[in-house]
Design a protein around this ligand. Structure first.
Ligand SMILES: [Zn+2]
Length: 259
């Protein structure tokens, strides 16, 4: 699955926009996904079809194809009469996505762990290696992608296409959640955790593998700063009151001299 467009050498005149290689919409999709994961495109960004069409020199139809696919992965929200936007998953949604993963991923392990073949083990090892390389390169986008690939690759081994599709969507949404709520540049899934997970899975102990997966997903969630930005003013007042009772001087003087 490469983003490379195989051009046929057609002249690039204005009317050729519709005849552009179909893969341009895939490139648009991948570029937008990458921009979201790398936090270059924050939640709330409006994705104008006309502007994207200009940037990629394609028709709005081509742009729309990319946007619809992104929307099916929940990386983009298409609002009637208002166009596409990068959604901001709220805290409840973020927690629900992780909760859903804690149900689905252990369920998939119940099917895959007892039947794991040598080839599956090699696949898992390769995924862990790719994961480690991304971490060593400190390539944030590659890290998020490699983490997702690991979970996807593992899930595929269960042979349940329906549950796999559910998980695929959840992993895409997790990427957006990470991009929204991870405030520091650290991987959400450390590669050594995946490595340990593979060992547990390879031992053939279903219950142990399931517990390890649940713990891992809880850790991933705990690493995120899951708080809505628009916090209640009550909370702010509470915090200032608490500070004021501790010190005689107003809290604000401290803050000014802090840096
Ligand atoms: Zn992970």
């Amino acid at each position: 699955m490469t983003a490379q467009a195989t051009t046929t050498g057609a002249p690039a005149d204005e009317t050729a926009a519709e005849d552009r290689p179909a893969s341009v919409d895939i490139r648009i999709e991948q570029d937008i996904a990458a921009a979201i994961f790398e936090q270059r495109m924050p939640p709330g960004t409006r994705l104008s079809e006309a502007r994207l069409g200009q940037l990629y020199e394609v028709s709005r139809t081509v742009v729309r194809k990319a946007l619809f696919r992104l929307a099916s992965d929940r990386l983009v929200e298409i609002r009637p009469n208002r166009g596409a936007i990068v959604p901001r998953p709220d805290v409840t949604e973020a927690r629900n996505v992780f909760a859903a993963r804690r149900v689905i991923e252990p369920a998939l392990l119940a099917d895959s762990v007892p039947h794991l073949a040598a080839a599956d083990r090699r696949t898992l090892d390769a995924l862990v290696v790719a994961d480690r390389r991304a971490h060593e390169a400190r390539d944030r986008q590659a890290m998020i992608r490699a983490s997702g690939d690991f979970h996807r690759g593992l899930a595929r081994m269960a042979g349940n296409d329906v549950l796999f599709e559910f998980l695929e969507q959840l992993i895409g949404r997790t990427s957006l959640i990470i991009a929204t709520y991870q405030t520091y540049v650290l991987p959400h899934c450390a590669e050594h955790v995946h490595e340990a997970l593979v060992e547990t899975i390879a031992s053939g102990d279903v219950a142990a593998a399931q517990q390890a997966m649940i713990r891992h997903l809880l850790d991933c969630e705990a690493q995120l700063h899951l708080q809505d930005d628009d916090t209640e003013t009550d909370d702010l007042a509470g915090m200032l009151d608490a500070h004021a009772t501790d010190t005689a001087a107003p809290a604000f003087t401290d803050t000014r001299n802090a840096r």
